[in-house]
Design a protein around this ligand. Structure first.
Ligand code: F6P
Ligand code: MG
Length: 454
């Protein structure tokens, strides 16, 4: 049940795995330690202080394991719903492996699980999020793009009365395509890569204007947006209209996901949206339930943007209020299955989390956001760029009951598939002309698999 291509591993010096395992992960862990120390310095209660010092000691041990390329040990039973899955995978495939020679995807996920363990075994700090400050700060520094969208979309989407049915359908199609791109490019600001960005750098990554979107469409190297529209436009007549988002990052990306999901609801294309997030801090910027609530509440009640105009603040409040209403009336729901925080790829989703697979199989369309989800869909292996997406995702396309799957991903790591028959030539040309094209987030894919009815 594996693809025929080798999975990337940390010792593969030609791949981004090497820099990630050797440099990026220790840097990220170092910043997490700084954040925890900052929190420690703000405490007054001795029990809590002592407890947090122990978390810091465990983080130091993890740092030593990571920098010393230690062998992977089982996860301590801290009561999380994923412990059995983790230890089963370690015992079955990765016993005796170390951080560098285990598959990159697994080793990287394992590091975030071990980081969680530093806190989950504590008494007072089980839910502490070492990345929370960063996630909130980056949203606060995204004012321009946030208000560009809120000023445009606070007013509910309404078709003008005086146009023909044909024109209405065309307006809806164009809006759909534009917002698909808003949702897609929202993924380019991910904190694990963009540590220490200036406000101007964030701005240039987040500009959402129409012209900009037309220009960026040519950077979508595998582009199934038209097929995606064909799928979505018939949802109201044909099916129940349930769409799922397997979320990626908190803050600005989640905000863009919400803008898109809001349009899907208002246009009647979807009746219900289910969002899937993480149970604890994951790959720096991924959405947890706290991040979800923080965003909605800060939009309605927060004072994050002191320089904004009253009209801008009001637009954000209106959007936030509408989205909270969707949550209250059950049209939007947040879910957090333990499987999302494991080291398994989605080639194993149907066998290792059959309940989740069954749940997703009831959806009319499942969006997977971002780079990590794409790596997991494609087994994070050296598949050629010409391999069709539905072949690359294996059982997520071919197992009975596989839902329609759409990956919205800006390319930030090695695996690239679904570029069509010329894909290998396109990839080779970019390798020569633009080294680094696979990690810059400048390019993207929007790939659809039709699934297989159960
Ligand atoms: O560390 C590499 C990585 O896993 C890449 O997948 C990507 O660079 C980043 O972390 C996560 O990106 P995203 O938030 O889009 O999944
Ligand atoms: Mg992420």
């Amino acid at each position: 049940n594996n693809p025929p291509w080798p999975a990337y591993r940390g010792y593969h010096e030609y791949s981004f795995a090497h820099a990630t395992m050797g440099v990026r992960l220790p840097t990220i862990l170092g910043k997490a330690i700084d954040d925890t120390s900052r929190t420690l310095n703000e405490q007054s209660n001795e029990d809590k202080i002592v407890d947090l010092v122990q978390c810091l000691e465990r983080m130091d041990l993890l740092m030593a394991d990571l920098s010393g390329n230690a062998k992977l040990r089982p996860i301590i039973d801290d009561g999380e719903g994923d412990v059995a899955l983790w230890n089963k995978e370690i015992a079955k495939y990765f016993q005796g492996k170390d951080f560098m020679n285990a598959p990159w995807l697994f080793a990287e996920a394992y590091k975030y699980r071990r980081l969680h363990e530093c806190f989950s075994v504590s008494r007072y700090w089980k839910d502490y999020d070492v990345f929370y400050r960063q996630k909130c700060d980056t949203f606060a520094r995204s004012a321009d793009a946030v208000f560009e969208l809120s000023m445009r979309f606070a007013e509910p989407f309404k078709q003008s009365e005086n146009i023909s049915e044909k024109e209405k359908a065309e307006t809806e199609r164009l809006m759909f395509l534009e917002l698909t791109q808003v949702c897609l490019w929202g993924n380019s600001t991910d904190l694990s890569l963009l540590i220490n960005m200036t406000e101007d750098q964030i701005k240039s990554l987040q500009s959402t204007g129409g012209e900009h979107l037309a220009a960026t469409e040519k950077n979508i190297l595998g582009n199934h947006m038209n097929q995606l529209w064909e799928t979505v436009k018939v949802l109201p007549e044909k099916t129940g209209g349930r769409i799922d988002f397997v979320l990626d990052n908190a803050g600005f990306e989640l905000y863009c996901d919400f803008v898109y999901a809001d349009f899907l609801i208002q246009s009647g294309l979807a009746k219900q949206i289910r969002f899937h997030g993480k149970r604890y801090p994951w790959f720096v910027s991924d959405v947890t339930r706290n991040d979800w609530s923080w965003l909605l509440n800060t939009m309605v009640y927060g004072h994050l943007f002191p320089k904004a105009s009253e009209a801008e603040r009001e637009s954000l409040r209106r959007l936030g209020a509408r989205w909270k209403q969707y949550e209250n009336d059950g049209r939007w729901t947040y879910e957090q299955h333990p499987f999302w925080c494991t080291g398994y790829t989605f080639w194993d989703l149907h066998s290792e989390a059959p309940d989740l697979f069954l749940h997703l199989s009831h959806s009319d369309l499942v969006f997977f956001k971002g780079d990590l989800n794409h790596r997991k869909l494609t087994y994070d292996c050296a598949a050629p760029a010409s391999i069709p997406f539905d072949v690359a995702i294996g059982p997520m396309a071919s197992a009975a009951g596989a839902p329609k799957v759409c990956s919205l991903r800006t390319i930030k790591s090695d695996v690239v598939v679904g570029l069509g028959d010329d894909g290998d030539a396109i990839a080779e040309k970019l390798d020569q002309e633009e080294p680094g094209w696979k990690i810059s987030g400048k390019y993207a894919v929007v790939l659809l698999s039709e699934g297989r009815p159960g």
